[in-house]
Structure formats: C-alpha cells, structure tokens
Design a protein around this ligand. Sequence first.
Ligand code: PLP
Length: 394
Amino acid sequence: MEPVYLDNAATSPLRKEALEAMMPYLTEEFGNPSSIHGASKGPRTAVREARDTIAKTLNADSSEIYFTSGGTESDNWALISTAQMLADKGKHIIVSAIEHHAILETADYLKKNGYEITRLPVDADGLISLEELEKAIRPDTILISIMTANNEIGTIEPIAKIGKLAHEHGVLFHTDAVQAYGHIPIDVKAMEIDMLSVSGHKFGGPKGIGFLYVRKGIRLPPFMHGGEQESGRRAGTTNVPGAVGMAKAAELAHAEMSDDIVKMTELRDHYIERVEKEIPYCKLNGHRTKRLPGNANFSFSFVEGESLLMSLGVNKVYISTGSACASGSLDPSHVLLAIGVPHEIAHGSVRVSLSEKTTLGQIDYAVDALKTAVERVRSLSPLYDDFIRKQKGA
Ligand code: PLP
C-alpha cells in the first residue's frame, strides 16, 4: 500500500499541470518581469495572466490581487497595515477566538503596540454569533477579521452576513480564506469582503506564494518596503513561477470545484459515519454540515493524539493533530478549547483532510488503521481500564 496522505490542510501536493506551467519560468523564461529588456516580456505577460486568472475565481478585478509569499504574510499585511492606516479613526480590532496563529499572533503584536483586540467567542460547532459580533462593534472599531473556514475543525463561517454587518457599521472586513479558497466558492462582491488572504500550497499550488485581495479604493499601505513591484504595494522581485503555478492550480480547482465538493463530501461523511459507528467514545469536532468538504476532526477519549499519529504512521497513514504550526507544542489546540472540548479530550484529537484525489479505498484503509490504533493506545491506558471496569460493574 502506498502511503495514505490525509493531511492536505497542512499542505497539498503540487498539481502536475501547475508544475508544467511553472517549468518555463524556472528555466528559459527566467527574466525579471520588472526589467525593461526583452527577457522580461514573457514573465511579465505570465504574471499579468496569472493575476487575471485569479481575479476571475473571486469575481474581483485584476488590480485588486497582490502577490505575497503566502497566507502568513497576507494576514500580517492586512492586519498591521489596516491598523496603521486607520489609527486616527480608532484602535479596536475584532477577530474570532479560533483564527489561525497568523492572525492571533499578529493581533497580539498590535495589542502590544497600543491596539485593543476583541477575541470573539464561538459556539460548540465553531460558529461565531452575528449578535455577539454586532455587540462587539464600537465607534473605534476599524477592522473585523474572521476566517472563511477553520483549519482544524473545518467550520465555515457566515462570511456574507459578516461582510454586510461590518459595512452597516462602517467597519472593514478581512477574511483569512487560506483553507477555503479553491475548495468552496467565494465571491468577494456578493460576500462584501474588503480583504482576503490566500496561500498557494493549500489547493495544489506551490509553496512560498499567496496573495492578498484588497478591494479597490482601500489605500492599504505597503507592508514590505523596497521596489515598486505590485503597484508599489508589495516590494520584492515577483515570484513568477510561483504566481503562474498558483494560478494554474486555482483555475483547475475552480473548474473542478462543484464535482470535487460532491465527491469529497461523500468521502468525508463516509469517514465520519464509520468512525462514529466503529470507534466508541469519540466526538466529531466542528459543524456537521457547515464544514469544509475535505475536513473531519474527531476527539477520542482516553488517547493522546500524538500516540495515535505514531501508530498510524507505522501503517503509512499520514494525518494530523490539528494545526501543523502548533504541533510540537504541548498546549491543547486553542480551537478545540474555544468550542468547549475539555483539556484532556482535546489532547486526543486528530484531523483528516482530503484532496480531490482521495479515494474510498484510502478512507477505508485509514479508518481500519485508526480503529486499530485507538484500540492499541487505549489498551495501554490505566484510565480506560478503570473506566471500562466501572462500566461493567455498573
Ligand atoms: N491561515 C490559515 C487558516 C491556515 O490554515 C494557514 C496554514 O496552515 C495559514 C493562515 C498560514 O499559511 P502559510 O503557512 O502558507 O503562510
């Protein structure tokens, strides 16, 4: 059996077509698009076309797409530059409690620099409340940043309603769409999104490239200073192969999206159904239906997520305990704690994230391996032993 890779939310394999599209710009068409000689022409055209392709996927204008190094940079830029731009209006920013660290740490950085941050709580499914959001808005609120879909539990937030509410109160709205873009439809106009962050490697594009959508009319100051690239808003030599590869992956992901959503939702629900039926004492994290087609996150009582991963790794099933960025830390996931999962159970949580290429055979193999792994880990747990003994005695 080939390895079963179910960690596509951490990173996805580069699509073959994206690599092919990139190759010329890694070899003979190597010119710098900002040069003024002949070698710049091909790369310049390729970057323009990549921007056009990406803009179409969001119902945006090409001039509203700014290439960055990825999701983290886009998130940092949106928050820090908005804070600078609107400091005279106010210093209050609202984020959700389950944002990625790229947002939460940036918000903390702003807090240390005199801004006030409200971390909006979420319900047991990971959804924000529009009423709570409205209550949190103040006259000095300058930005609301709420993710389109969560990276750990897959919950999809009511983005269009948040955009509308933000604008009714004259507040800008940024969304971290790193996990959602390329997987579910996004229309920046219909959803009233002012700024949106994307990372190329989450939907079959290359690593080290992403973009920030900035609605026309928002004079967002640059975050990277230097040359005049990206209309003077983001300095640094353009990552031509990256932009071309990301645009190709985006084009394919959007062309195939409606079929992929159906297929991946079926596979995800099959995984959820089997786990719930075959592995006792588990709990699905995140909203049952308002969730990314490829995400399933479960907590298992009486196990450590890391022990499960090790056991699964022996069978070449690659999944994750949550955010790749947080792994290595002993703290339980802030996302699971925010949805009310108790500490000890949060530690026993694992996420699978599918791709459009995932098969039923892979899912079944993964569930079989997970079942064995949970049984093995529990068989070594004195707590589980005690629990079962009490159950029997009762
Ligand atoms: N935002 C979310 C929701 C993510 O899941 C990630 C990465 O996992 C990021 C931001 C950061 O993206 P990158 O690591 O590509 O910069």
